[in-house]
Design a protein around this ligand. Structure first.
Ligand code: 13P
Ligand code: SF4
Length: 312
């Protein structure tokens, strides 16, 4: 492994590359990355890097977002098959038809979508800024929110809106077991439950803190509690444990205890070996159709501009 780490470091320098990693990557990839963050931070980082090559250790839509923001740079991903079940639950042709049926609605899309879905979107959001961006529209604005029904329901519940929701979901966040979390709480009565808003409302109802991966991490660092039950992809525990070595983090269990369903099978396709190969061979590369990118850049840039104004 040490040889692999050295070889990746050397290739990175030689090619003036930057490695960006999401919190759901394996610990070794997070450790070698130049920057680890949530999906908003990865987009912000990509937009400002002066590297020639961006290696996006995450999933396909994260690579697409980086490529749309930096069309002149080479954007690589360790495994092109690293998709997203939530993005897949929103096929672009069907979403475009739905949007066309509601021409008086503003379209707000979660960043976990294909470039083609972003191309028919007015503003993109992530779980870090969804509430604030929705709140930036007048209370009577008619809004379509896609594709995550759980995040959409949650935002409706905290803003009092009735956004029209696309019926999509993430296969990891839909798997958490209410009964097992309640059981864990009984065993650890002082533990706080941290949940990502992609979880079902029954899980969110148990949570002491609901937020993006970055928000959950920040909460864990600042909380005076010692034990946390974490209802999101278990890769985030790596950075939580790193920043809070004295605290205990328990991954929330999925319904099926025989599977590793709290790991995202797409995120985990990326490995150190594939990261090395992709830097060495400069492939697989993310390519976005230019006409699609020209439309998709607008809602992404709008999100970055609003986030900057809000200090996010
Ligand atoms: P974050 O925006 O919290 O990074 O979430 C991304 C994601 O894919 C959640 O499943
Ligand atoms: Fe997509 Fe879910 Fe994986 Fe996040 S955890 S990348 S939403 S499949």
């Amino acid at each position: 492994m040490n040889n692999l780490i050295t070889a990746i470091e050397e290739l990175k320098k030689e090619k003036n590359a930057v490695i960006l990693a999401h919190y759901y990557q394996s610990g070794d990839i997070q450790d070698i990355a130049d920057f680890v963050g949530d999906s908003l931070a990865l987009a912000q980082w990509a937009a400002k890097t002066d590297a020639d090559v961006i290696v996006m250790c995450g999933v396909h839509f994260m690579g697409e977002t980086a490529k749309i923001l930096c069309p002149g740079k080479k954007v690589l991903v360790p495994d092109l098959e690293a998709g997203c079940s939530l993005a897949d639950s929103c096929p672009a042709d069907k979403f475009a038809a739905f949007v066309a049926q509601h021409p008086d609605h503003t379209v707000i899309s979660y960043v976990n979508t294909s470039a083609a879905v972003k191309a028919v979107t007015d503003v993109v959001v992530t779980s870090t800024n969804a509430r604030q961006i929705v709140d930036s529209f007048p209370a009577d604005e008619k809004i379509i929110f896609g594709p995550d029904r759980n995040l959409g329901n949650y935002i409706n519940s905290i803003t009092g809106r009735e956004m029209m929701l696309w019926d999509g979901a993430c296969h990891v966040h839909e798997q958490f077991s209410v009964e097992k979390i309640v059981e864990l709480k009984k065993e650890n009565p002082s533990a706080e439950v941290l949940a990502h808003p992609e979880c079902k409302s029954t899980i969110l109802a148990l949570a002491d803190k609901i937020g993006s991966t970055a928000a959950l991490l920040k909460h864990a660092v600042n909380s005076d509690k010692e034990v946390f039950i974490v209802a999101t992809e278990s890769g985030i525990l790596h950075e939580m444990q790193k920043q809070c070595p004295q605290k205990t983090f328990i991954p929330a269990p999925p319904n099926d205890s025989t599977c590793a369903c709290n790991e995202c099978s797409f995120m985990r396709l990326n490995t150190m070996e594939k990261l090395y190969d992709c830097l060495k061979n400069e492939t697989p590369e993310i390519i976005v159709d230019e006409a699609v990118a020209a439309k998709a850049i607008r809602p992404i840039q709008r999100m970055l501009d609003i986030s900057e104004t809000l200090g996010l």
